[in-house]
Write a protein that binds this ligand. Structure first.
Ligand code: GRG
Length: 290
């Protein structure tokens, strides 16, 4: 399994590299900042969710005959797009007007390395590039034009004011005493969950999932996305914010809540059995359970 995921990560990284203009393309500083935001990168969980879900659905469609891997090529454009959107969100989240962080993934943040204006613009350009990647001729040739439009719509909704940006606004709003678990859940579902859910939905859409499958996997994505945020809060609990699951529930209770979310998510994958083994492995590994 480790080998499969290492191979997929290499494919994703190669496609990201091909998608972002080279460092010597004008304006050079902007392209260097965009590349700095994406490479060497993090865990690549969202693009790996796209590939794992697509492979699972392809196996269901093709039955025992299929390895499921034919769908990988079609999954790459949405996988790349979602990592570009994630990268943009981190660049903007680190800005002085938001979290004001100096370090990300052990390196100076983009605004520390390139200046604030360049970081804002690099984030903007990464977001635009994401939509170019899934709508250009090469991509709609692979996925089919209708699927390409469905992916654009999916990603636009997940990243917009009713998705990730909306969640970020809730996060930076002044904290009131009545902002408890319910508020934290809504904020986390929008800020973190929508992109996770969308990664899973994109994988299902490119593989031609039925509406029942899409509905079940959407629920899986919601549960996984919330569990991911709970775990992220637990990992960061030394720098406790007020609106975090570990801050509100305490680390122990938050741990139990995260495990129960993951186990409900895993129940949704039960009918897929071995066909969903990559997705199951990735979900449990991403939450530190394997
Ligand atoms: C600025 C529009 C805008 C949105 C920002 C994603 C986000 C919204 C903020 C990031 C703040 C944060 C740390 C949220 C916790 C969950 C999360 C998204 C963690 C980072 O994702 P990983 O662990 O990162 O997948 P890597 O480094 O592996 O890519």
């Amino acid at each position: 399994m480790e080998k499969t995921f290492n191979d997929w990560k290499l494919m994703i990284d190669a496609a990201l590299d091909a998608a972002i203009p080279s460092s010597d393309t004008q304006p050079e500083l902007l392209h260097r900042a965009m590349r700095y935001a994406v490479f060497p990168g993090g865990k690549r969980i969202r693009p790996l969710l796209v590939l794992s879900t697509a492979v699972m659905i392809e196996r269901v469609r093709l039955g025992v005959e299929g390895s499921g891997f034919q769908v990988l090529e079609r999954s790459i454009p949405p996988a790349v797009a979602i990592e570009l959107i994630h990268s943009y969100s981190l660049v903007h989240d680190d800005l002085p007007s938001m979290d004001n962080d100096d370090v990300r993934r052990g390196l100076p943040t983009v605004h520390k390395a390139f200046g604030e204006a360049e970081a804002i613009l690099a984030g903007d350009a990464l977001l635009s590039l994401a939509f170019e990647v899934v709508s250009k001729e090469e991509a709609y040739g692979l996925m089919g034009p209708l699927t390409s439009i469905k992916i654009v719509y999916e990603l636009a909704g997940a990243s917009g004011s009713l998705g990730m940006v909306g969640g970020q606004v809730m996060d930076i709003s002044p904290v009131h005493p009545d902002m408890g678990v319910a508020y934290t859940e809504e904020m986390s579902d929008l800020k973190t969950g929508t992109l996770m859910r969308s990664a899973i939905r994109c994988g299902a859409i490119v593989a031609g999932a039925s509406s029942d499958e899409l509905e079940a996997l959407t629920r899986f994505g919601e549960l996984f996305g919330r569990a991911f945020q709970v775990q992220d809060d637990i990992n960061d609990s030394h720098e406790e914010g007020l609106l975090t699951f570990s801050g509100i529930l305490g680390v122990k209770e938050a741990g139990l809540y995260g495990s129960s979310l993951l186990s409900s998510a895993i129940d949704i994958l039960k009918p897929y059995e071995k066909q969903g083994e990559e997705l199951l492995w990735l979900a449990t590994r991403a939450l530190g359970f394997s």
